[in-house]
Design a protein around this ligand. Structure first.
Ligand code: CA
Ligand code: CA
Length: 197
């Protein structure tokens, strides 16, 4: 199934093409200082009756970055019982932003920092997305706290080639610590042997 995305200044909907690591990227420029709220609407893990939902989506996560991919905001779940995501951010007039929607448990990982339990040597997406058996569609709305012409979607895409692919390889300092630990164990073995002699 090919991925699709359809955005307006009111919001976006589509699907990730059955790839839980795909990213929905929406670039926009703020034309005034305004507060923007983005809220997903597709998740419904408890349709009534069960199994009746044909448009409910997976567990979505929203991210907001500046033009240099510095993370400005992130939300996974609105509450323990509502797995939709919602972020609110005060936009600066003239600034460019990138909004990203992912499936849980995708993570944006900065090199050399603990990212969901793993330290990566490069900055990029961890590619741990999972639909958890739920449906592929996503949907979210934009709610700028000003008239719509103060907010413009400049590009939209579903990305399946990631900025930097992660391989789960520990960074050099972690590796050095492991090697140091190994050397210590070897020394202990040697010391025990020496005492026995
Ligand atoms: Ca969520
Ligand atoms: Ca979640």
């Amino acid at each position: 199934m090919a991925s699709t995305i359809n955005c307006t200044t009111a919001g976006c909907s589509g699907n990730l093409g059955a790839n839980p690591n795909a990213l929905v990227e929406v670039n926009f420029t703020a034309n005034s200082n305004t507060s923007l709220t983005v809220t997903t609407t597709s998740w419904d893990g408890n349709p009534t009756p069960p199994g009746s939902c044909t448009t409910c989506g997976f567990d979505p996560v929203l991210w907001l970055f500046d033009a240099g991919m510095t993370q400005l905001a992130k939300n996974d779940d609105i509450s323990a019982s509502n797995k939709n995501a919602s972020i609110t951010f005060a936009l600066t007039s003239g600034s460019m932003y990138e909004l990203v929607l992912t499936a849980f448990d995708q993570h944006w990982c900065v090199a050399g920092t603990n990212c969901n339990g793993t330290v990566y040597s490069t900055t990029g997406w961890a590619n741990n997305g999972n639909f958890s058996g739920l449906m592929d569609p996503f949907a979210f709305t934009f709610s700028p706290n000003a008239s719509v012409d103060t907010f413009a979607v400049t590009s939209q895409t579903v990305t399946t080639k990631y900025p930097v692919a992660q391989t789960g390889v520990p960074e050099p300092t972690s590796l050095a610590l492991l090697l140091t630990g190994g050397a210590f164990l070897t020394w202990r073995k040697f010391a025990k042997g020496a005492r026995r002699a």
